[in-house]
Ligand binder design. Structure first.
Ligand code: MF3
Ligand code: CO
Length: 260
């Protein structure tokens, strides 16, 4: 989410109760199952609209609601972001997956009033070594962040670790779009940066639930939003971008992944 959207949100509760955590965990189980379904079926030749249908059907069949659908006017149930699309790609019938594409599928679920959020990258058929390496590094950047998730540490330590890891692999990290608290609403405080300075930001207290979802660019970090739909974010230089996302809860001694 963008900083602008953060400012519009009020009244967020940062620390979740045990009961609330269980609710988010349940929502996360459905979210994971939906992503597993996408993973089993995604292939060259299908449209991104088809992925949207799967997500809608699998989520509603499990008793959930896709969180993106009608969220601040978002028209579909899932974001599908291919190649140089950084995030918030809108599924459509005309966009057909082809060999060599990399695509992020970002699934978010509301179940029993609780929100969960995760995304994965998929390589379609034979993908170039360059793109494979980017996808792998984006996954490892999330792992690098997770290692810093411990109670009483500042959130900036996590973001800093993600940034350092991405840079060590020769990539850049998008600055304007970050992660977010999640659970009782789709987007809650805190806003989560992946280029943060060490020792800055909110303290990670047990019961804090947020996403780790850095956008890792093969080229420069600059991005722009598609004027025609107000959502889709592209890399400025047209180079590929990759993103994996998990929802994580801070525990008494580390973290728990609630959906991946
Ligand atoms: N994980 C993405 C985010 O938090 C999901 C966006 S869905 C959209 O930004 F509806 F907001 F596009
Ligand atoms: Co998110």
């Amino acid at each position: 989410m963008t900083r602008r959207k953060r400012i519009l949100k009020t009244g967020n509760v940062l620390v979740k109760s045990t009961a609330q955590l269980e609710g988010i965990r349940e929502s996360g189980r459905i979210n994971t199952a939906v992503l597993d379904y996408v993973q089993e079926h995604i292939c060259a030749g299908i449209s991104t609209e088809e992925i949207d249908r799967w997500v809608y059907e699998q989520t509603t069949r499990a008793g959930g609601v896709p969180a993106p659908l009608n969220y601040e006017g978002f028209p579909k149930s899932v974001c599908t972001s291919r190649n140089q699309v950084v995030c918030h790609g809108i599924p459509n019938e005309k966009e057909i997956l082809k060999e060599g594409d990399i695509i992020n599928v970002d699934v978010s679920t509301i179940y029993n009033g609780y929100f969960s959020d995760a995304s994965r990258m998929f390589c379609i058929g034979d993908v170039s070594e360059d793109k494979k390496r980017l996808v792998q590094a984006a996954k490892e950047a999330v792992q690098a962040g997770l290692l810093e998730v411990k109670p009483w540490k500042p959130l900036g330590d996590m973001g800093h670790a993600v940034h350092m890891y991405a840079m060590s692999r020769g990539y850049s990290v998008v600055e304007e779009i970050g992660g977010h608290g999640v659970g009782l609403q789709f987007h809650e405080e805190p806003w989560v940066s992946y280029v943060a300075a060490k020792g800055t930001g909110e303290i990670m207290v047990p019961g804090l639930v947020f996403t780790i979802e850095p956008m890792i660019n093969m080229g420069g970090p600059e991005v722009y939003v598609d004027d025609s739909n107000g959502w889709t974010v592209y890399t400025e230089d047209g180079m590929p971008s990759a993103q994996w996302e998990v929802t994580v809860a801070v525990t008494q001694d580390g973290y728990e992944i609630l959906t991946r």
